[in-house]
Design a protein around this ligand. Structure first.
Ligand SMILES: CC(C)(COP(=O)(O)OP(=O)(O)OC[C@H]1O[C@@H](n2cnc3c(N)ncnc32)[C@H](O)[C@@H]1OP(=O)(O)O)[C@@H](O)C(=O)NCCC(=O)NCCS
Length: 198
């Protein structure tokens, strides 16, 4: 479960990162529908105008035993806008998790994505996870730039030339919780068999 973080964007706007709540459904729906068609395609790997009510429900009602999801809001407490969403789902190995994120168009290039990736890595490490990975469309230059900026390994999928597999190992120094999960080495999931579950 992510802790609440407050910081200031480069332009001085206050920002908050906190766990997602069920009451965020309307704002999350607005974030998704407000993305450009290109950004929606990049996030959901398909041309959609929005997500179904069932999927939206699943995105805000998080199963904390295997999922982590948080939102980024800008503005002050009296008037906040939900501008970002980041999440991961733990895979069948129990050691890795697939992640995804999105930032509203007008709020991109202000460091929110980088902050969200750092939070995902910190939370995953604290949960005893060993790897965070994702599938990025090969033409998603902003996400690939963010991934490289954050030190992720980016490898063209061997089975789908339209995908790039991105992954990062967790810093063991951040692994202070759930030590029983950090025992014997288990191979990272095959980069040829990633699927978008988030
Ligand atoms: C990819 C995405 C999450 C990036 O979020 P963001 O908040 O704009 O990223 P940041 O501002 O934190 O960028 C950090 C660094 O990443 C790189 N970067 C991010 N976007 C970039 C872009 N459009 N062009 C070049 N570099 C970029 C830069 O190095 C940047 O640092 P800088 O601004 O100091 O140069 C955002 O563009 C987005 O939501 N896209 C649509 C959804 C999507 O593609 N999700 C990923 C699929 S899982």
């Amino acid at each position: 479960m992510p802790a609440i973080e407050h910081w200031t964007l480069r332009d001085g706007t206050p920002a908050t990162l906190r766990p997602i709540h069920a009451s965020d459904a309307p704002a999350l729906d607005a974030l998704i529908r407000g993305l450009s068609p290109e950004d929606r395609r990049r996030r959901f790997h398909g041309s959609i105008s929005g997500v179904t009510p069932e999927r939206l429900h699943g995105m805000v009602e998080v199963d904390e035993t295997r999922e982590c999801a948080f939102v980024v809001l800008t503005g002050t407490a009296s008037r906040q806008t939900l501008v970002g969403d980041a999440r991961y789902v733990v895979d069948a190995t129990g050691r890795g998790a697939e992640f995804a994120l999105m930032v509203a168009g007008p709020w991109q290039r202000r460091g929110i994505g980088e902050r969200a990736i750092a939070a995902l890595q910190r939370i995953a490490a604290a949960a005893g996870l060993r790897w965070l990975y994702g599938s990025v469309l090969a033409d998603n230059a902003p996400m690939l730039a963010l991934m490289r900026h954050c030190g992720f390994l980016c490898t063209r999928s061997r089975i789908d030339r339209h995908l790039v597999c991105v992954e990062a190992g967790m810093d063991p120094r951040q692994r202070f919780a759930a030590p029983s999960l950090a025992l014997s080495p288990v191979p990272a999931p095959s980069l040829t068999r990633l699927a978008l579950h988030v």
